[in-house]
Design a protein. Structure first.
Length: 261
C-alpha cells in the first residue's frame, strides 16, 4: 500500500473566517491521481463548512464501502478521491454532485514521475528513487506502467476519467483552473468558478476571489511541485516528441476525448 507523507495545512482556520452556507447535497470531487487533486480540493474547502468536509481519506475503489457515509444525502458532505467508474461507484455516488478532474496526459507523465521519486511518496516503486534509471526510462515506465506495481497511463485514465465523461459528472481540466487563477480578476475567471460552484450546487459568494486565492495557495498543498523534496532526477518541463508519440500510441484518442488539441 502506498503511503503519502503530507504536512497538515491551515485551511480549516482560514475557512472559519468566512461565512459558510451548509451544503444541501453531497459533493464528490473525483480525479485522476496527479491531476491537481489537492488544488481543486483546497479551493472547494473554502466554500463548505469545515464540519461538512469528509477528511477520512481520498476515497478509492478498494475503500469505497468503508466510506459510503460520505455520500449520505441525509448528511451532505464534501468528499474527494480517485474512484473508478463502476456499477457500485455510480450507485453509491448517485446522491452526489460529481466533479471529475483531469490534466493533459502529456503533462501527467512528468507529474507522476516527479511524485513517485519524491520523499512524499513511499510504496512498491521506491527503487525508482535510486537515480540509476535514465530520465527517458523513467518517463516510459510512467506511460506503460510497471506490472503488478503501478498502472499504465491508459489504465489510470480509462476508469478514473474517460468513463466518467459518459455519466452525470461535471468535467474540469487542471489547465483551466491554473489559467483562471493567473487571471483571477477577469470575467472569464468569474464565469469559470461560478460554473464550478453551480455544478456543486453552491451559490457564488461575493468574496469568492478571496476564498479561491487562499484555497489555491501552493504552500497549503504538500503535493505541489515546489513542495516535493528529494527528487533524484532532473525532469523536463515538457514531454519530448518521442514520448508524446508513445502516449498517443498507448492511449489513442484519449487526449482528443478529454478536449486537448
Amino acid at each position: 500500500m502506498a503511503e503519502i507523507r503530507i504536512s497538515p495545512d491551515s485551511l480549516d482556520d482560514k475557512n472559519r473566517t468566512f461565512v459558510q452556507i451548509p451544503l444541501t447535497k453531497p459533493v464528490f470531487l473525483n480525479s485522476v491521481p496527479k491531476s491537481g487533486s489537492h488544488l481543486l480540493r483546497n479551493i472547494m474547502r473554502m466554500f463548505v463548512p469545515v464540519e461538512q468536509q469528509y477528511k477520512a481519506d481520498f476515497i478509492q475503489w478498494p475503500t469505497l464501502q468503508q466510506h459510503r457515509i460520505a455520500f449520505d444525502p441525509s448528511r451532505p458532505m464534501l468528499s474527494w478521491g480517485h474512484l473508478f467508474m463502476t456499477d457500485a461507484s455510480i450507485i453509491e455516488t448517485a446522491p452526489c454532485r460529481r466533479i471529475i478532474l483531469y490534466r493533459d496526459p502529456y503533462d501527467w507523465v512528468i507529474a507522476r514521475a516527479r511524485f513517485f521519486i519524491s520523499e512524499q511518496f513511499s510504496g512498491n516503486v521506491d527503487h525508482l528513487k535510486s537515480g540509476e534509471l535514465e530520465v527517458n526510462d523513467l518517463l516510459t515506465m510512467m506511460i506503460f506502467g510497471l506490472p503488478g506495481k503501478a498502472p499504465s497511463l491508459k489504465d489510470s485514465y480509462e476508469l478514473t476519467a474517460a468513463a466518467w465523461l459518459g455519466t452525470r459528472a461535471y468535467p474540469v481540466r487542471y489547465e483551466d483552473i491554473v489559467r483562471h487563477l493567473e487571471n483571477i480578476t477577469s470575467k472569464e475567471a468569474e464565469q469559470f468558478f461560478a460554473q464550478l460552484l453551480s455544478a456543486c450546487e453552491i451559490e457564488k459568494p461575493s468574496d469568492w476571489q478571496a476564498r479561491v486565492k487562499i484555497g489555491s495557495d501552493r504552500q497549503q498543498s504538500g503535493t505541489a511541485r515546489e513542495n516535493l523534496t528529494g527528487v533524484s532526477h532532473d525532469l523536463p518541463e515538457s514531454l519530448s516528441l518521442r514520448h508524446r508519440a508513445l502516449v498517443d500510441y498507448h492511449a489513442p484518442g484519449l487526449r482528443m476525448l478529454l478536449g486537448y488539441p
